[in-house]
Design a protein around this ligand. Structure first.
Ligand code: ZN
Length: 316
């Protein structure tokens, strides 16, 4: 009998971080400016640990290496996905991530496509999402001349919205936004602009202008994706995006929702509500802020209660 794998996270301090991961999710935070909660990760910069069952105490990267049956024996050097929650009390840097080919060549790791579910946003919150340069030459000129107002596309955002940010998209999460991010397991970020902010040591953070100009998509149009919604009884299944890297869903459970596996394994985050996860005869209590993997071997499951869940699977 296979069990779900619940995880202990890794927290990351950031100059733009805050305390919302405590006030909204009740997580214990070691310092005042926690920006990122790496909920499910096998990335060397922050590896989650299983906190229940037979694999309790084991790190996700080790499980991926030595218990590939939990992941349906799929191939791949590294566990490909990473789930985070970000508390942006200030703008993150304006940045871009490379695709797999560029990242493997220059950084020796995967590229990074990512996507955001907006858990909370203050009124008038906005993101930077795409740019207005027509050619790479114009892009470079605008970056070197710091024409940020003309270059960057701003977009107002609200709680409950979803954004796909494929590699090559220039972007920044704005002030007052709490997001759940599903991304490729990569930590390669090319910083284009950091608002001339200094870190706690009085230093500017490093920029990566040349790499950024190499990888930013031209033209900088906003990514296309189609969100679909399906009612199942009182519950709702929303498909946010299906990409080669990940498929991402929202499961809004109202009373109950019965599901069956359609991927080798599934990552799930409880972003609101409470209830239970039922697998065969076993019941697991779920609360806001829990994160778990449904490994291979769990073919059907049921949620009961009132829950908002974000789920992701590896892409095809
Ligand atoms: Zn990013």
């Amino acid at each position: 009998m296979q069990e779900p794998l619940f995880f202990d996270p890794v927290l990351q301090e950031k100059i733009w971080g805050g305390q919302k991961l405590n006030t909204i999710f009740g997580y214990d935070l070691p310092t005042k400016k926690i920006g990122e909660y790496w909920a499910i990760s096998a990335h060397p910069k922050g590896i989650s640990t299983v906190k229940n069952g037979k694999y309790q105490g084991q790190k996700l990267d080790k499980l991926w290496k030595s218990h590939r049956e939990l992941f349906d024996n799929v191939s791949g050097e590294v566990f490909p996905l990473l789930t985070k929650i970000l508390d942006a009390q200030d703008y993150l840097s304006v940045q871009v991530h490379p695709d797999n080919a560029y990242a493997l060549k220059h950084e020796g790791e995967l590229g990074k496509s990512e996507c955001w579910y907006i858990i909370d946003a203050k009124p008038n919150a906005e993101i930077i999402y795409g740019h207005h340069a027509k050619t790479r030459k114009e892009l470079a000129q605008m970056i070197y001349n710091e024409c940020w107002n003309d270059l960057l596309a701003h977009l107002p955002v609200k709680k409950g919205e979803f954004y796909y940010v494929p590699s090559g998209t220039i972007h920044a999460v704005g002030k007052g936004i709490l997001i759940l991010e599903t991304q490729q397991s990569s930590d390669t970020t090319y910083r284009v602009y950091d608002f001339n902010r200094k870190n706690n040591k009085g230093k500017l953070r490093k920029l990566h202008i040349k790499h950024s100009i190499d990888v930013i998509n031209i033209p900088g149009t906003t990514p296309k994706f189609k969100i679909t919604e399906k009612k199942v009884g009182l519950s709702t299944i929303t498909t946010f995006v299906k990409t080669p890297f990940f498929n991402v869903y929202k499961w809004q459970v109202q009373k109950e929702l019965f599901l069956q596996k359609n991927a080798p394994y599934t990552l799930v985050s409880v972003i609101d509500g409470k209830g239970n996860l039922i697998i065969n005869e076993d019941s697991y209590v779920l609360k806001k802020g829990d994160h778990f993997i449904l490994p291979a071997g769990i073919n059907t499951w049921k949620f009961i209660g009132k829950l908002n869940l974000i789920a992701s699977e590896p892409g095809d």
